[in-house]
Design a protein. Structure first.
Length: 347
């Protein structure tokens, strides 16, 4: 379903080019039972912004399951003052199950167990452009893990993991961003380089005083008409006193093809490449491959085992003007395979 509200002569004090897309979601997993909900995306331009600037966007994910689990997440990215200001983050509430296999790239799949977490989430990153396409900013992260239920007597319950009894993550951070992409939803050329450093803020209610650093590098190049090569290099590391909920792990959108949180540890290094191509009218396709690892420390990341994954998928363009699309992917690794159904590209 697509709703469109656009005035022929938009005023500077009103939202412009508002488009809303809403889709039903139905799935079944043994851990959740039947799940159902909605997935939505709205794109628009803030009051005073020209139609030639990048669009702001707000997504919505709302899911219920027959086993009384609940997901609500609202990621957002807003642009102001001719793109000189950018706000990005998420509002959410999660009552859901998560996997735990133990730590390390060689953790045993037979150790798999699940735990239930119940927590609100808030993310906010505010960037100000100080040079063309280069911005600096401040960030804040909050997760309130007040209810955490590991399997009694299980691997997690008997571990020394920090945060296994719950607690509050409350981090403040410094951010730097260089972004020359031609489109934020479907880039065909340009760079996206972001570095961030976060530290637990006990004066803001944090129960964990850890630090973390991340560097996210993406490159996009058009090779033929509507054909794009994309690459994503990610490096992230945490201090030893990090709660296990916020450790680096494989199974994200960067590393499709692994069970969520299949391999988890302090440090991650991953490289994903993707070939994106048109198929027919609004339908597009992609093939991707990745190599990635996690390790206890930065030094170990260059000498440890790397895990590979490959896959492909379909995209359906729901908004030709902005480039927004639905994405269905299947990724396969030595650990098995996973399907992904969501909005917009993985990176």
């Amino acid at each position: 379903m697509v709703l469109k509200a656009q005035s022929p002569q938009p005023q500077n004090d009103t939202i412009k080019n508002l488009k809303v897309n809403v889709l039903p979601v139905v799935f079944y997993l043994p851990e959740t039972g039947l799940g159902y909900g909605v997935l939505g995306l709205s794109t628009f331009r803030m009051p005073g912004e020209e139609v030639t600037t990048r669009p702001s966007s707000v997504q919505l994910g709302l899911t219920f399951t027959t086993k009384k689990q609940f997901l609500l997440f609202v990621p957002y990215e807003l642009y102001f003052d001719e793109e000189k200001w950018r706000l990005r983050g998420e509002l959410g509430y999660y009552k859901y199950f998560y996997n735990y296999f133990g730590r390390g790239i060689n953790s045993d799949a037979e150790n798999e167990e699940t735990y239930t977490a119940d927590f609100p989430r808030f993310r906010l990153a505010a960037y100000r452009e100080i040079l063309p396409r280069f911005s600096i900013g401040l960030g804040y992260e909050f997760d309130g893990y007040h209810v955490l239920e590991p399997e009694p007597g299980g691997l997690l319950d008997n571990s020394n993991e920090i945060g296994k009894e719950g607690g509050t993550i409350s981090n403040i951070g410094l951010l730097a961003l260089y972004d020359t992409r031609d489109n934020i939803f479907f880039p065909t050329k340009g760079w996206y380089l972001e570095g961030s450093f976060y530290k637990g803020a006990t004066w803001l209610g944090a129960d964990f005083g850890y630090t973390k650093f991340e560097f996210d590098a993406r490159y996009f190049k058009k090779i033929k008409e509507k054909q794009v090569l994309a690459a994503n290099l990610f490096f992230g590391t945490r201090s030893n006193n990090t709660p296990f909920q916020d450790l680096n792990y494989l199974g994200t959108k960067r590393t499709r093809g692994f069970d969520n949180r299949r391999f988890l540890d302090n440090t991650e290094l991953s490289l994903t490449t993707e070939y994106r191509f048109p198929i027919w009218k609004r339908f597009n396709g992609a093939f991707f491959g990745s190599a990635s690892t996690v390790s206890p420390s930065i030094g170990d990341v260059f000498s440890t085992t790397y895990r590979g994954a490959v896959g492909g998928g379909l995209r359906y363009v729901i908004n030709k003007e902005e480039g927004t699309r639905l994405r269905v992917d299947y990724g396969h690794s030595g650990q098995g395979g996973q399907f992904y159904f969501t909005i917009n590209e993985a990176f």
